[in-house]
Design a protein around this ligand. Structure first.
Ligand code: GTP
Ligand code: MG
Length: 205
């Protein structure tokens, strides 16, 4: 089983505008999903770090794109969450602009991980997000988060619910739990495969 050795991980920039994005030309994978779904926690679990990507106290308040560089070879990008009820119209439109600016022709972006809570049917906003990702032409992997909240025997039933609501084509669904630290070996394999498929060599150890 491949589990990448983390030699270094650091935040490079918390960006709003395009001119703040990293210009190294290294490949990246972006994490997107509802506020509170577990984006930052998943990044922390992948990197074996606690409190690295900030786990939010105030959901819906992250309004920046956080670029994390790993082993000086690739990036993880933590995108601002959506779907938080107590957000003004103004903030929602701000969110849309930040997202669109990033998603529109970001050559370094190899794949988008769309996170959904394994317990619940994805929301209309999740569906819209998935359609948006496809519209911009990116590959997508579904991460079913908080998998510790249901029993393994129920995974398939919940995958089917997610697949149906999002109208997935052949996208993979990977169950993960940041609490129990499960699913991350499979996820690392997927990450390495994605970068390799895009022509990037990733040093595993
Ligand atoms: P925003 O930054 O607001 O968009 O949220 P986020 O998607 O980054 O979520 P975050 O990682 O901050 O986690 C939100 C809450 O869910 C925290 O209280 C976490 O402790 C909890 N959480 C995250 N992952 C898991 C998990 O695998 N299992 C369980 N039970 N709780 C989790
Ligand atoms: Mg977060």
């Amino acid at each position: 089983m491949k589990r990448l050795k983390i030699r270094s991980s650091e935040i490079v920039v918390s960006a709003v505008n395009k001119d703040q994005y990293p210009i190294e030309g290294l490949p990246e994978i972006a994490f997107v999903g509802r506020s509170n779904v577990g984006k930052s926690s998943s990044i922390n679990s992948l990197l074996n770090r606690r409190q690295f990507a900030r786990v939010s106290q105030t959901p819906g308040k992250t309004r920046t794109i956080n670029f994390y560089i790993i082993n000086k070879e690739f990036f993880f990008v933590d995108l601002p969450g959506y779907g938080y009820a107590k957000v003004s119209k103004e903030e929602k439109s701000q969110w849309g602009k930040i997202m669109e600016r990033y998603l529109k022709d970001r050559k370094e972006l190899c794949s988008i991980f769309l996170l959904v809570d394994i317990r619940h049917e994805p929301t209309n906003e999740d569906k819209a997000m998935y359609d948006w990702v496809k519209y911009f032409g990116y590959d997508c992997v579904i991460l079913a988060t908080k998998a510790d909240k249901i029993s393994r025997g129920n995974y398939q039933k919940h995958f089917n619910m997610i697949k149906k609501k999002l109208e997935l084509k052949d996208e993979k669904i990977i169950p993960i739990s940041s609490l129990k630290k499960t699913g991350f070996e499979q996820l690392w394999e997927e990450i390495i495969m994605i970068y390799n498929q895009h022509g990037y060599e990733i040093t595993v150890d």
